[in-house]
Design a protein around this ligand. Structure first.
Ligand SMILES: *[C@@H]1O[C@H](CO)[C@@H](O)[C@H](O)[C@H]1NC(C)=O
Ligand SMILES: *[C@@H]1O[C@H](CO)[C@@H](O)[C@H](O)[C@H]1NC(C)=O
Ligand SMILES: *[C@@H]1O[C@H](CO)[C@@H](O)[C@H](O)[C@H]1NC(C)=O
Length: 540
């Protein structure tokens, strides 16, 4: 009587790893012992279809787990094919009216949305911390960086303006207009549950498109809350829809003929799969993927400021961001830097994101932690020197959390697996180079191109770095900044597939089709007869 609902809630699922299965069993037994009262399973998040939050009919769900405690905080259904189709139909049905809604009206919905996001900032942040693990302060930043894109979308009328040339020939004008595409879709990663959905749907819908959003199955809560706010702000039914799931839902998005464009942020495996599969269907794709960002530190860099940047960018968000500076290349002697780095990294507080003063929260899952630890170990086995080891960190009160403390590996070389793979954890790799030239060579040999930074007091060196480095985003005495929304997120090489970047001017181009119109209003008195010659602007 007690066991059956629990068993259903914590059923071992075919895609769970043995470790996760063991954990599920553990949860079952502790839950059964701790409380004689039947505990109902956590609620499932819903689909959003045509303005209604509807329970999925799917039998299957994935547990959303608090990474600091392993508590199941909610469940995500695997949206069925029929529900997916209904969401696309709703988006398709809402498009004709929404595209013809004046841009000023669409902007006003964004004005209202930014106000509501500010109102609910704390709630959003707490939901993110609970589901994703990052600190409350980081979670606020996650929401805030997304909010800036909403603010940017408020100026869409100007951004979406076309161009006009009068008298391209006698009495003939040509002008271009940017029209929305139709139904667009976004597929989101786990690391920024608010910012990345907000990179996508506000720009897309303010351009006049309708949207299908698939949040990460690991932390869908922020997307659901943002969608509620968008409806409250006046977004008409069907303009924004939400579906859930993993590979099948992703493939449905790639294959559906009614979806015109896909925005993706996540791993290279998934990103290249989506890029290829959706492009084969003739869709536009913008795919932001993995990274291995380098900091190059010259001997003349200002010590204190540089160390602070390296620690913040190496370990912030527990290294789970594609803008982390995960590798530092010291030009010249690295030893004095090393000791200081270790001191500062050691002083960081690792705990649950809700605990005051926490610098690093847990990583997203047990599997993620195992992978990070495996990559650290492989580095050590291939000759890297571990100067700080965070693998066995204990966090009082959160013994079950997926914590990895700040870890620093020195003497890393570019043939090591820990260097070739994106670790996506709080691990900083230290390398050495004889000269700036050699350091630039190391960075440019890496397949990724999200970003690179240089720390120096020499303008000459900085300028050389800026022009010779093959990375899409460059920092000079700053860690790689996520550009503000009036620029675009411009990762390059293997970090990006597609040709129109997220947000900024490129984002508007991505979500619109350009139409060029040539017009001629003839005076009825001036007939010139038929000419079959190729038209030119030359006076004949
Ligand atoms: C455009 O061309 C027509 C015909 O050649 C001419 O009459 C008119 O003045 C031109 N208008 C402008 C704005 O240049
Ligand atoms: C986060 O918000 C979603 C949507 O409202 C909700 O389903 C989920 O339970 C929330 N999660 C937490 C941990 O509060
Ligand atoms: C799901 O997609 C991922 C790539 O994102 C792939 O590694 C994995 O093998 C796929 N799983 C199944 C069951 O097809």
């Amino acid at each position: 009587m007690l066991r059956s609902p629990l068993r259903r809630a914590y059923r071992v699922r075919p895609w769970q790893s043995p470790a996760a299965a063991a954990l599920a069993v553990l949860r079952l037994s502790t839950a059964a012992e701790a409380s004689p009262i039947r505990k109902s399973p956590p609620a499932r998040v819903r689909n959003l279809i045509g303005g209604e939050f509807v329970e999925s009919q799917s039998e299957e769900s994935i547990d959303v787990i608090n990474p600091a405690t392993q508590e199941v905080v909610s469940r995500v259904p695997l949206t069925t094919k029929e529900e997916f189709k209904a969401a696309v139909d709703a988006a398709k049905g809402a498009f004709p009216q929404w595209r013809n809604t004046p841009v000023t009206t669409r902007q006003r919905v964004m004005f209202k949305l930014q106000e509501l996001i500010r109102r609910d900032m704390d709630k959003l942040a707490l939901n993110i911390t609970t589901e994703q693990g990052k600190t409350l302060k980081d979670a606020q930043g996650d929401v805030f960086r997304g909010l800036e894109v909403v603010e940017h979308a408020c100026g869409m009328a100007t951004l979406q303006m076309g161009e006009y040339v009068t008298n391209v020939s006698h009495g003939i004008d040509t002008y271009s207009i940017r029209e929305p595409l139709g139904v667009c879709a976004g597929i989101c990663p786990f690391n920024f549950p608010a910012m990345i959905p907000l990179w996508m749907f506000p720009m897309a819908v303010t351009c006049g498109n309708t949207f299908i959003l698939k949040p990460s199955e690991k932390d869908p809560g922020a997307s659901m809350m943002l969608a509620e706010l968008a409806l409250e702000a006046g977004l008409p039914n069907g303009v924004l829809n939400i579906v859930h799931g993993t590979n099948d839902t992703v493939n449905n998005i790639c294959d559906d003929d009614d979806i015109k464009a896909i925005s993706f942020v996540g791993s290279n495996t998934a990103g290249m799969h989506i890029y290829a599969r959706a492009a084969a269907k003739g869709k536009r794709v913008q795919s932001n993927m993995g990274a291995k960002n380098h900091a190059v530190v010259l001997p003349d860099a200002s010590v204190d400021a540089t160390l602070n940047c390296l620690v913040a960018a190496g370990f912030g968000a527990a290294g789970q961001r594609c803008m982390a500076l995960s590798t530092t290349v010291f030009v010249g002697d690295s030893k004095p830097w090393e000791d200081e780095l270790v001191e500062r990294a050691k002083s960081l507080k690792v705990s649950a994101g809700v605990e005051p003063g926490t610098d690093l929260g847990p990583v997203i899952s047990k599997q993620a932690k195992d992978r990070i630890c495996r990559l650290i170990q492989s580095g050590i086995e291939s000759g890297a020197r571990v100067v700080l080891d965070g693998r066995n960190i204990g966090v009082p009160g959160y013994e079950d959390g997926n914590f990895v403390g700040p870890t620093i590996l020195a003497d890393v070389t570019s043939d090591m697996e820990c260097y070739k793979e994106e670790i996506f954890g709080p691990v900083l790799l230290l390398m050495k180079a004889e000269s700036l030239d050699e350091a630039i060579k190391v960075v440019n040999s890496n397949k990724y191109g999200n970003g690179a930074s240089i720390f120096t007091t020499s303008g000459v060196s900085a300028r050389r770095f800026q022009s010779e480095i093959e990375a899409g985003q460059v920092g000079i005495n700053v860690p790689i900044p996520v550009p503000l929304p009036f620029f675009s997120f411009t990762g390059s090489k293997a970090s990006f597939a597609g040709d129109l970047n997220f947000y900024g001017k490129a984002g508007v181009q991505f979500y619109t089709q350009i139409k060029t119109v040539t017009q001629h209003w003839k005076d009825s008195s001036s007939s010139q007869g038929v000419s079959l010659a190729m038209p030119t602007s030359q006076k004949s």
